[in-house]
Design a protein around this ligand. Structure first.
Ligand code: 5GP
Length: 191
């Protein structure tokens, strides 16, 4: 998606050689118009896949999860919750996910009331790095007996293995921008 790539390259900041900082439009301050366009792009990619619901993980995935759901005509968004929560109850699917940014493991939880067998689920997230978050969500989809339609990510970091691993497993993966490297703080996206 050209507008996203240009935005990453002009406004994003590379931290060291590994971390892509886009909190000026995606992870802290939000460019809502861009988020709407990303939702439309995911809809275009998955519109023939009979998607019943979007599954994402709090917090940043919710933004594009919602705009994608609206592009599909207001289908539900279910977001996995992180950490211990009293108000979600015990009737949950869980997965352990190692966080690349926080360098620790989190348990993510999705209520069994909302994710049901037979549902056709599209996973959406902001970033794909090593794939831990998406693999955790996939294991929850499988445990629920739901069907994984595919996964959409705003930004794939091409130097980390998550994207190639998912493609190798046969997952329909749509990355709106793939970053190839960071050079002196500048992020270089693939054409
Ligand atoms: P993975 O689980 O694929 O290793 O990493 C994806 C998750 O980690 C995303 O949900 C995202 O929140 C976070 N993440 C990974 N790499 C980056 C990065 O370079 N920048 C930001 N802002 N978040 C990242």
């Amino acid at each position: 998606m050209e507008s996203l790539k240009r935005k990453i390259e002009t406004e994003g900041v590379g931290v060291g050689t590994e971390v892509v900082k886009v909190d000026m439009f995606l992870n802290h301050k939000i460019d809502v118009q861009l988020a709407v366009e990303m939702g439309q792009a995911f809809h275009e990619a998955f519109k023939d896949d009979q998607v019943d619901a979007i599954l994402t993980v709090e917090a940043s995935g919710i933004i594009t999860g919602m705009t994608t759901a609206m592009a599909f005509g207001n289908i539900p968004v279910i977001f996995a919750k992180k950490g211990e929560r009293r108000n979600i109850g015990n009737d949950v699917y869980t997965a352990e996910v190692y966080s690349f940014t926080h360098q620790k493991s989190n348990i993510i939880r999705v209520s069994r009331n909302y994710l049901k067998a037979g549902m056709r689920v599209l996973i959406i997230d902001d970033f794909l790095a090593n794939g831990a978050a998406i693999n955790g969500l996939i294991s929850i989809v499988e445990e629920a007996g739901a069907t994984l339609v595919g996964a959409g990510v705003c930004i794939e970091k091409g130097w980390q293995p998550g994207g190639d691993h998912l493609r190798g497993k046969g997952v329909k993966l749509v990355s709106l921008a793939i970053c190839d490297r960071i050079e002196d703080g500048k992020i270089i996206c693939r054409d």
